[in-house]
Every structure is written in structure tokens, then in C-alpha cells.
Design a protein. Sequence first.
Length: 182
Amino acid sequence: MCTIYTHGVVGLGAGTLFARSKMPASFWMLAALLPMLPDVDSFWDAPYGSMLGHRGFTHSLLFALAVSLAAATLLRHRLWYVPLVIFFFVITGSHGVLDAFTDGGFGIPLLWPFSNHRFGPRGPIHVSDIGFEIPNWRTSRTVQTELLYVWLPVAVIVAARVLVWAWRRKRTRPGPTTRPAV
């Protein structure tokens, strides 16, 4: 599994692409927390590898859909419902996809309950140790691979988006007007 905060970075980065205007704080909280939510199964008493244990049904796309419907309902009075459902589905579903791209652990049942097939572990991201300490970025192989394969691409995409916003804003801003000399 990727570290929990890497999942949050993906949600926040995707939020910058989704946001067309100033978004409420509740949107940004959900954008950070929903990609982390599938790891709630780490706190359950079910055995690792079972559908109720870690990397079980909470890592499936069906779980991501249920969560996205509920989360979008919370913000429906402020924002458009269907685009929110799609956005929340993508960021919550990204958790299972990222975990499938790690190099260890059981695979992810992305298509549960329609299939018990587990995707992964296939990928360059070193699997994270399960624990509550924050690993050192200089010595942790997990953090180093996440910085390279997740954080760096997210940062590049967000920076490109910010540059495009700035360029568009500059292009649409009216130039200075000159007054005729009297």
C-alpha cells in the first residue's frame, strides 16, 4: 500500500484540476480524506487478505462509487451533483489503483463483488510498512518511490494547471486604457 498521505496528495492534486472556481473548505477536506478512506479496513479485526480485511472490499470500485455518491450528496446544495460524484469516484478509486502498483502485499479486488480477482502487486512503488510513524524521506524506499512516481507527477500537473490559469487570466485581462491628452 502507498502511505496514507500520498493518497491525500493525489486527491488534493486532482482537486486543483477539477476546481473551476473557488471551492468550499468541505470540498478540499473531502478531496484529501476520500482517497485515504479505503484504508479504514486496517483498523478492523478481519484477517489480512480477506474481503473484510485490509486490501479487501473497501479498495474496490463499488466501494468508491458508494462513497462518492454519499460525499457528493453532502455538497450537493453548493455544487453540481454528477460532476462531484465522478470526481469523488475517481479520487476514491485511485486508492486501489495506487495500491495495485506497489511491489508487495495482496492484490486489490477492484471489481468486487463481480469478481474476486486481485490486481497487483505490480509496479514500481515500494509497499509501505503498516504503522503510525512518519517515515524518513531520506532513508525510506517507500517514500522515495512515492516521491518519484506519485508526488512528482502530481506536482508537475498542478504546476502546469496553475501556469495555464495564470496565462488565461493574463490574456483575458483588459489592457490599460489611454486617455486622450487635453
